[in-house]
Design a protein around this ligand. Structure first.
Ligand SMILES: Cc1cc2nc3c(=O)[nH]c(=O)nc-3n(C[C@H](O)[C@H](O)[C@H](O)COP(=O)(O)OP(=O)(O)OC[C@H]3O[C@@H](n4cnc5c(N)ncnc54)[C@H](O)[C@@H]3O)c2cc1C
Length: 295
């Protein structure tokens, strides 16, 4: 079953995101997170991808391994910046041969040192080009795209933001997964603006529990454009140590989820950062032992 079919029939979904580990010890951490989290029965999982192909093989290996060992639908993130059509085609053929049928089609960001006005040479300028390519050459692939409730930092204004997002949907995307956000009002407003623009595909909300101060700072850099509300910052400021920060972050994320479920969101995508702890505590706070109980 592809993710778009799951979103159509078994919502609200709860899905989990992992990244491919770069070292052996991080690989051990990931394996232990997977062992603890898969019994929570996520509807599907996704695996991130280094822009410009920096973790391409690791992403491929992890996606195929999870798919083979668990039978779960697995979304492979795929960035197109700096890539050629033949490279992307070859990768997608390998995925299809391994029964991986879901791609999150992204532009990605130019590798460090190439930021600015000189994008690396490649056949794709934007995610919408990648969506159109996949839709044409791999019609059986399910395709998700990224959405930014608070706006993408490079987009000149919020009206254009939704126009560009609609281009991705019109090119063939089946659903949208959002950048993480901490204020649900931003997400609801984003959904309303999508609806006004005629976007009718499911919108999956990206949620990240803050678990320590350093992680919060790193997250602010990686998810540029995501605002940390003053109420959350004030609570974090009061914390005496990272144990307290974790409690605050998990409580905040659980409350966000509770409210999103109340508003009948299509799905919630949890950024796990390859750690089981935050997700398990959120589930405990929601009073559930596995994700199927959200329906
Ligand atoms: C859920 C999610 C998962 C992600 N996973 C990864 C990952 O695994 N690996 C990774 O490297 N990055 C990942 N990213 C980050 C993403 O690659 C960056 O945010 C990137 O800068 C934008 O990607 P995009 O797919 O939204 O690009 P696009 O949709 O192509 O947008 C990129 C920029 O181009 C502008 N634009 C789009 N269309 C037009 C047009 N017609 N005319 C003019 N301007 C236009 C947009 O407004 C935006 O500013 C993820 C982001 C999200 C939200």
């Amino acid at each position: 079953m592809r993710v778009k079919d799951i979103l159509a029939t078994a919502h609200p979904t709860c899905s989990l995101e992992f990244f491919p580990p770069k070292t052996e010890s991080l690989g051990v951490e990931l394996d232990s997170a997977l062992q603890e989290l898969l019994p929570l029965k996520p509807a599907y999982v996704s695996v991130t991808y280094g822009a410009g192909g920096s973790t391409q093989d690791r992403t491929y290996d992890l996606v195929v391994r999870i798919r083979r060992e668990t039978g779960l639908p697995v979304i492979s993130h795929l960035t197109c910046v700096g890539s050629r059509r033949d490279q992307i085609r070859a990768l997608l053929e390998r995925y299809a041969a391994n029964d991986v049928n879901d791609i999150l089609a992204l532009r990605g960001d130019p590798p460090r040192g190439q930021a600015g006005d000189t994008p690396p040479a490649g056949d794709f300028n934007r995610a919408s080009d990648l969506v159109a390519f996949i839709r044409k050459e791999f019609p059986g692939m399910g395709i998700g795209v990224a959405g930014f409730p608070e706006g993408h930092p490079e987009t000149p204004n919020r009206l254009k933001e939704i126009d560009y997002l609609k281009e991705k949907v019109d090119a063939g995307a089946d659903y949208i997964v959002t950048q993480l956000f901490f204020d649900n009002r931003d997400f609801y407003d984003f959904c309303d603006r999508c609806h006004l623009a005629g976007i009718r595909v499911p919108i999956v909300a990206g949620i990240l529990p803050i678990t320590n101060r350093a992680g919060m700072v790193r997250m602010a850099e990686l998810a540029a454009g995501s605002r940390i509300p003053a109420a959350l910052l004030r609570s974090v400021d009061r914390c005496v140590d990272d144990t307290a920060v974790e409690r605050v972050g998990i409580h905040w994320a659980a409350e966000q989820m509770r409210d999103l479920l109340h508003h009948r969101v299509a799905g919630i995508h949890l950024y796990t950062l390859n750690s089981a702890r935050g997700v398990k505590r959120i589930f405990a706070s929601l009073g559930i032992t596995d994700a199927s109980q959200l329906r």
